[in-house]
Design a protein around this ligand. Structure first.
Ligand SMILES: CC(=O)N[C@H](C=O)[C@@H](O)[C@H](O)[C@H](O)CO
Ligand SMILES: CC(=O)C(=O)O
Length: 305
């Protein structure tokens, strides 16, 4: 994968779930099959490992390293890019994870804002990001904006101001917010080598209109093949078709939220759809019954039929 390191990240990126054993330990042997499923069944060849969907904030540093290693090792020759999220509450741990990511040859790293002690200004957040990036100066670096989870409501556009001077390896933003004006301001500030990756799957089409280069999301694990069609329809100027597919995903997620949807449900849904055994989530996320996930799967089948 090292050769792909400077290839601009575009298209669909699956935010991966972390496989656990029934006892709640990370279950590395599942990852090889997971990669084959993404490639062969969904046509998705990029992954975002140890993010929100991967429950990174509930994992130990040691577990995060082992997971990153396994995704890299098994993905070699099969995946185009393996991006690893290395954000943490501790700048020291983040730097350790960034150094480790460089050693194992990932294609890029992403960092979310710390959220217990929150940066008060865009400048403080930039300094945090710069410090982490300095531990892996040759790795493409992405800022991960997820205000609903971090509670850090600094506009991403403000974070980007002058960031290319502080972080020469800066290559873009994974924007998981609903504020499309802020996203637009990021797009107009963006540079040719940057990737703007949108992360709210239910409104991807709007972000494509504004200039998203790609998308990172949890649902691409199991509806990637359909959302690829949305992206091609958009590229071909077929907005009628692109909207029809976007509306299907919205209908699915509306149903899922109505019956109950969190990362535990999402993970069980992926197990039911893919046949992979991803196991339970980790506390405080509660396990989801097979029946609950099956009802969402049935909805998905009827919507995308
Ligand atoms: C908070 C979170 O996990 N966001 C994901 C990625 O950014 C999305 O892919 C959502 O899971 C998806 O848009 C469904 O709401
Ligand atoms: C969904 C997403 O992008 C994440 O898991 O971080």
């Amino acid at each position: 994968m090292a050769s792909a390191a400077e290839k601009k990240l575009t298209g669909l990126v699956a935010a991966t779930f972390t496989p656990f054993t029934p006892q709640g330990e990370i279950n590395l042997p599942v990852i090889g099959d997971y990669i084959d499923y993404l490639r062969e069944t969904q046509g998705v060849c990029n992954v975002f490992v140890n993010g929100t969907t991967g429950e990174s904030m509930s994992l130990s540093v040691e577990e995060r390293k082992k997971l990153a290693e396994e995704w890299c090792k098994r993905g070699h020759g099969k995946l185009e890019q393996v991006i690893v999220h290395v954000g943490s509450m501790s700048v020291k741990e983040s730097k350790e994870l960034a150094r480790h990511a460089a050693e194992i040859g990932v294609d890029g790293i992403a960092v979310i804002s710390p959220s217990f002690f929150k940066p008060k200004t865009a400048g403080a957040l930039r300094t945090f990001l710069q410090e982490v990036a300095s531990a892996a100066p040759n790795l493409p670096f992405y800022f991960y904006h997820l205000p609903a989870f971090t509670g850090v409501n600094i506009p991403a556009r403000d974070v980007l101001e002058g960031i290319e001077q502080l972080i020469p390896s800066f290559r873009g933003v994974k924007f998981s917010g609903n504020d499309l004006m802020d996203f637009g301001l990021c797009a107009s500030y963006s540079q040719p080598s940057w990737s703007l990756l949108y992360g709210v799957d239910e409104q991807l089409l709007s972000a494509l209109v504004i200039g998203a280069n790609g998308a990172v999301g949890s649902t691409y694990n199991y509806v990637g093949c359909h959302i690829k069609n949305l992206m091609s329809a958009f590229e071909n100027g077929d907005l009628v078709q692109a909207k029809a597919i976007q509306f299907k995903l919205q209908e699915l997620l509306k149903y899922a939220v109505q019956v109950g949807f969190d990362v535990g449900v999402n993970k069980q849904l992926m197990s039911e759809i893919s046949g992979l055994t991803l196991g339970p989530p980790r506390l405080p996320v509660e396990p989801c019954s097979s029946a609950h996930a099956q009802s969402i799967k049935q909805k998905l089948i009827s919507i995308f039929a």
